[in-house]
Ligand binder design. Structure first.
Ligand code: SF4
Length: 351
């Protein structure tokens, strides 16, 4: 056992966060389904947000077999608000593989599953199967960079941080160690103003010894996100609004949404152009009237979207998957956050 784990595991025994997908410290490993589901949900999303989604998902689909048998549209709607919707599509695809073939119990096997990258595979291997795996998320990167006072900036230093994390990973209680590192990063070794006085690793910490622990990890200067624009149309008829199913692949793929000009950038750095992503160019009767704009931050760009009210030309043919959705039930449509914001503007501003 490493000196770090000797100090960290007793701290974890006393301070572990109680989370719905976890087993208490030292207890047998939790159900791999719950570990996998929570780790997919936690990619890019906070613990506080995930808790409620996790409870709802496991109440509705308590086993991987139940999730495998679910309608993909129902899962996408239940996922609405968690963002990064390719995760929900991969979730269903992966559940179907797992229900048919069972859980691979090692990191290499887990890595081959839909939506399971190196971090998630390591986390499941350690937490659900007790295997020695080096589990490095953003919290752990920060702890390791501080512990070893690594001066090379992120993101280039990531492989070095993983190598350093490997040197402190123990051979036993691997799942608890992984979760202890995550918890230390989330509750004590926090991004700003780390609480070093409460930290079990303080005496061994290079960043603490430097006198300015909050300055680690070092970061390369960030490039500004490109700006893009798009228009979403609010098209109403007899108490209903027109929703379209976005193409399966691409930005917000497979989700119900307002018709819009929103598409993914063609290539990194490509000029932003308005491209109709739904293979459908609505023919309008009369002018479009702007109701307002919203902004939304995606991973690779910042979007300003105009919400415009419009009427369809009577001869306009709707695209496959289009639906007239009752305004009174709009909250049940599972719109992704961007379009939920656009709908809120339209509901507030339309006359
Ligand atoms: S001593 Fe401070 S900087 Fe070092 S690991 Fe602990 S909380 Fe983080």
């Amino acid at each position: 056992m490493s000196r770090t784990s000797e100090k960290l595991l007793p701290w974890y025994d006393a301070n572990a966060r109680r989370l719905p997908w976890r087993s208490p410290p030292g207890a047998p490993s939790p159900d791999p389904y719950r570990v996998w589901l929570s780790e997919i949900m936690l990619q890019q999303t906070t613990v506080a947000t995930v808790k409620a989604y996790f409870e709802r998902f496991t109440a509705r689909w308590p086993t991987v077999a139940a999730l495998a048998a679910a309608d993909e549209g129902d899962v996408m709607a239940a996922w609405a608000g968690l963002g990064y919707y390719s995760r929900a599509r991969n979730l269903v695809a992966c559940a179907r593989v797992l229900a048919a073939e069972g859980f691979p119990a090692d990191e290499a096997g887990l890595r081959g599953l839909p939506g399971v990258g190196p971090y998630t595979a390591a986390a499941i291997a350690a937490i659900a199967f007790g295997q020695r795996a080096v589990v490095v998320d953003g919290n752990v990167e920060r702890v390791v960079a501080r512990l070893f006072a690594v001066d090379t900036p992120l993101p280039g230093v990531k492989p070095d941080l993983k190598r350093l994390a490997e040197t402190i990973t123990p051979d036993t209680r691997c799942g608890d160690f992984a979760q202890a590192m995550m918890d230390l990063g989330a509750t004590v070794c926090v991004p700003r103003n780390p609480r070093c006085g409460d930290c079990p690793l303080m005496q061994d910490c290079g960043a603490y010894a430097s006198g300015d622990p909050g300055s680690y990890p070092r970061r390369a200067a960030k490039a500004l996100k490109p700006e893009r624009t798009a228009t979403a149309w609010w098209i109403e008829r007899e108490g209903q609004v027109l929703l379209v199913r976005r193409p399966a692949k691409g930005l917000l793929g497979g989700m119900l949404a307002l018709p819009s000009t929103l598409s993914a950038p063609a290539k990194a750095g490509a000029q932003a152009t308005a491209v109709l992503p739904v293979d459908w160019a609505p023919a309008f009767a009369g002018a479009q009237v702007s109701l307002g704009t919203i902004t939304h931050i995606f991973t690779h760009f910042r979007l300003t979207m105009t919400v415009a009210v419009a009427s369809l030309d009577p001869g306009c043919v709707l695209p496959p998957g289009a639906q007239w959705w009752p305004l009174t039930k709009l909250a049940d449509a599972g719109l992704p956050t961007l379009f939920a914001k656009a709908a809120a503007v339209a509901m507030r501003e339309r006359v």
